[in-house]
Write a protein that binds this ligand. Structure first.
Ligand SMILES: Nc1ncnc2c1ncn2[C@@H]1O[C@H](COP(=O)(O)OP(=O)(O)OP(=O)(O)O)[C@@H](O)[C@H]1O
Length: 160
């Protein structure tokens, strides 16, 4: 069981998508995943694979860069996918309804540093990094709620 933050190498986009499907299967309403990493690091690629794996009716999963938020109906209830890169003011997080969504929906948040004091207390954090190899990414996995340690059991095998 991973009892501490851990690290994975994701040598292809397909591996990242497979990990996303595995994590998606663990999620329940009220779970928040914070997706960090620079431009092109793979945050949206991960989110798209996760969302598509939970959709009951397949539909496009566009990047929410300009809309800030996209909301989906999934087999696990409402899922909010948010990209806060273009947030103009932290209060916009409240106006978007995100703070309430943290309590009741599954939320995937890109650029979570923009949340400031409004960041949820409990979350799974996934931090992606580019590597010298074009198709490979490094991923740091950490969490605030110890419950995640048990839920992530066996996850490292995905990248094996
Ligand atoms: N191992 C990998 N994991 C994830 N994506 C990868 C990997 N290798 C290559 N890629 C490619 O890198 C790109 C990542 O783009 P993506 O839009 O997901 O980045 P992002 O982190 O969301 O950036 P932005 O903040 O600009 O939206 C995709 O084209 C994806 O196919």
């Amino acid at each position: 069981m991973p009892v501490a933050p851990f690290h994975l190498t994701l040598p292809s986009p397909e591996l990242t998508a497979r990990l996303a499907v595995r994590i998606g299967s663990l999620l329940r309403p009220g779970d928040v995943i914070l997706l960090s990493g620079g431009i092109g690091a793979g945050k949206t690629h991960f989110a798209r694979a996760l969302i598509q794996s939970l959709q009951t009716v397949p539909e496009d999963v566009p990047s929410p860069t300009f809309t800030l938020v996209q909301v989906y109906d999934t087999e696990k209830g409402e899922l909010w996918h948010s990209d806060l890169y273009r947030l103009s003011h932290p209060d916009e997080v409240i106006e978007l309804g995100l703070v309430e969504a943290f309590e009741s929906a599954i939320c995937l948040i890109e650029w979570p540093d923009r949340l400031g004091d409004l960041a949820p207390h409990s979350a799974l954090s996934l931090s992606f990094s580019l590597t010298e190899a074009e198709d490979s990414r490094e991923l740091d996995v950490s969490w605030t709620d110890p419950d995640w340690a048990a839920r992530l059991e066996g996850l490292a095998d995905v990248a094996a």
